[in-house]
Ligand binder design. Structure first.
Ligand SMILES: CCCCCCCC(=O)CC(=O)SCCNC(=O)CCNC(=O)[C@H](O)C(C)(C)COP(=O)(O)OP(=O)(O)OC[C@H]1O[C@@H](n2cnc3c(N)ncnc32)[C@H](O)[C@@H]1OP(=O)(O)O
Ligand SMILES: NC(=O)C1=CN([C@@H]2O[C@H](COP(=O)(O)OP(=O)(O)OC[C@H]3O[C@@H](n4cnc5c(N)ncnc54)[C@H](O)[C@@H]3O)[C@@H](O)[C@H]2O)C=CC1
Length: 300
């Protein structure tokens, strides 16, 4: 069993002191990232509530988590983890007793602000708010609340159960106490943390997004096929996935949200130019693995 998986299966009791003050976590958004974050939080002993818009989405998300756990864990551990997970459609009710909110909903500033503004009224004073945004400045989201000192970014990587990194982001208003608690939470989740400022894309995406967009532009210019670019980057640069496999894995809609947002904010930066090919695929509903087709057709 791989090292990452071994760590992931370790048994944690919720009474352990490893948590600091964060015992109860609310994950908002039960999609690709929310499901992974909830899985790891519950696997490391936290009580977790997952929130999404419908019961149907939430049931599918719980099934995804169970299936993911079955790849690496036995029945007893899975039962314990699933026992620590509850689902709710009412976000305001979910945060009433929570220590930490991790938001992983659609990559849209206005939608995120609306959510946090309503949560701010419902959550206890001590509750820390965080966003898992890939590209939106944390401070632009935090202004929707009256608790900017208890606001930060927790940027996880996909697939969350396997990727070891957690970027912990502070805005100027984030208090030292909040930042320390977020770093402690990252350790409790068995992630390796890096400290990030609230700059576009933090560390990883500031480098990854221009690379992936340039790969798409190479194909647009007719210089290489997606298959050859992927083969080249895997065998020539040692990447586990090529940029087109990774775009399908991340979701083409999420990639488009990111690049459109940055282009709007920094229209003169050539690295952040939108791509007609990406736009076309998204308009056709080809969003990658989540819809069965993106740059590639996924095997059924
Ligand atoms: C244009 C704009 C773009 C912007 C993008 C922005 C997005 C963001 O904001 C930030 C991001 O997340 S970027 C994405 C970062 N992720 C990557 O780069 C993933 C790259 N791929 C990989 O590492 C491997 O292919 C991967 C790990 C995925 C799979 O590896 P393998 O092919 O070796 O897979 P397996 O052999 O199936 O699995 C290896 C071991 O891991 C276990 N496992 C896999 N999935 C699991 C899961 N979901 N839950 C639990 N365990 C899991 C699997 O069982 C296996 O374990 P062992 O058999 O014990 O080794
Ligand atoms: N896809 C990726 O590889 C990564 C994505 N992210 C970020 O994580 C966030 C989520 O991305 P994904 O999980 O990929 O998206 P997704 O599309 O898989 O899931 C988003 C979920 O949020 C739900 N949702 C939307 N509005 C909501 C609301 N107001 N209240 C409750 N639920 C709501 C949707 O129903 C959906 O289930 C985005 O901000 C994205 O930029 C961060 C790291 C990696």
């Amino acid at each position: 069993m791989a090292q990452a998986t071994r760590v992931f299966c370790r048994n944690f009791s919720s009474s352990s002191s490893r948590f600091g003050n964060i015992k109860h976590v609310t994950v908002i958004g039960a999609g690709l990232m929310g499901a992974g974050i909830a899985q790891v939080a519950a696997s490391t002993g936290h009580q977790v509530v997952i929130v999404d818009q419908t019961d149907d989405i939430l049931s599918k998300s719980k099934a995804t988590i169970e299936k993911s756990l079955q790849r690496v864990a036995g029945e007893t551990f899975i039962a314990e983890v699933m026992g620590r997970l509850t689902i709710k459609t009412d976000a305001a009710a979910a945060v009433k007793n929570t220590d930490l909110v991790i938001e992983a909903i659609v990559e849209n500033l206005e939608v995120k602000k609306k959510l946090f503004s309503s949560l701010d009224k419902a959550a206890p004073k001590h509750t820390i708010f965080t966003s898992n945004t890939s590209s939106i400045p944390i401070k632009d989201i935090a202004v929707a609340t009256q608790r900017q000192d208890r606001f930060g970014g927790l940027h996880f990587f996909n697939p969350v159960p396997i990727m070891k990194l957690l970027e912990v982001i502070r805005i100027p208003a984030t208090s030292d106490e909040t930042f320390d608690k977020l770093l402690g939470f990252g350790k409790a989740m068995d992630k390796s943390t890096v400290n990030c400022k609230d700059t576009p894309g933090f560390i990883v995406n500031r480098l990854l997004v221009p690379y992936m967009m340039e790969a798409i532009r190479m194909v647009e210019r007719g210089e290489a096929s997606p298959q050859d670019v992927d083969t080249a980057m895997k065998l020539g640069a040692g990447y586990p996935m090529g940029p087109f496999e990774l775009t399908d894995y991340v979701g083409l809609d999420t990639c488009k949200f990111i690049i459109d947002g940055w282009h709007k904010k920094y229209p003169d930066n050539p690295l952040f130019m939108p791509s007609p090919l990406l736009d076309k695929l998204v308009s056709e509903g080809k969003l990658g693995n989540k819809t069965g087709e993106g740059f590639y057709k996924q095997k059924k």
